[in-house]
Design a protein around this ligand. Sequence first.
Ligand code: ASP
Length: 310
Amino acid sequence: MKMYSLAIHGGAGTLVKGLMTQELEAEYKQALNLALESGQAVLQQGGSALDAVELAVNFLENTPLFNAGKGAVFTAEGTHEMDAAIMDGHNLKAGAISLVTGVKNPISLARGVMEKSYHVFLAGEGAMEFARQNGFEFASPDYFYDEVRYQQWQGIKDSTTFQLDHSVKKDGKFGTVGAVALDEHGNLAAATSTGGMTNKKWGRVGDSPMIGAGTYANNKTCAISCTGSGEYFIRGVVAYDVSCLMEYKGLSLEAAAHEVIHKRVLDIGGDGGLIAVDGKGNIALPFNTEGMYRAYVKSTGEKGISIYKD
Ligand code: ASP
């Protein structure tokens, strides 16, 4: 049997057991399961890790429960500015976009940048022009409107505060999304998509679209997608740090991911988690917060969907 592995996340944060209704918890798990199944179907049919992570993230982007695509948080101006990145571990090709408004599936646009342009990273108006010229689907502000996100923003919009959607405990809506995969050809890929932080301004960009910070894939080591306090994940160059610990120090995926999330990120004051897969199909899902929406499946049939600490 050919080997594959897939893991996804829907954000890490102050996810405390008992604060969410059972119905909502079931909704999250169902959404994670469907996203996982969409990516798994690709891998089962011998498809590429790149297609699998894009499809799984597309599913999460189309689900308002998560802070990506439909359901993205509000900026200080009451708009949605989305960031995304995708990376192919086979050839180290990567595509990223940031500060994009109205694009229905930012991760697909990131892939478009990777495949249809000479560049790696396009931002703002230029990225949107690239999307128009290449026929990517746009949606109206109504499509992105979400009442809970709107109320989150109303709560802080007249202040200088900006926040991770993770830090609001009572409504249970969290979630940058990401996926990592190993396909049967031995290729790794990673994808991350987010609306960033509620009430963000000045063109703030987080770690998610930054190659090496929030997203990284290299067939030699691993594929990583991060979630958490972006400013710290950028400073810690978190995704690449995990890969470096494996490549240069010979650490296992589990040990490298653990070292970065439970030590290095904490040491600089950051909180969050990541999902990771290596070339042998091992999966690591560490987080230093109270919870992380996460799910994984392997060709061995092993599968898990969880929210809180085990
Ligand atoms: N890391 C993301 C950012 O800082 C937020 C998140 O993970 O939800 O933009």
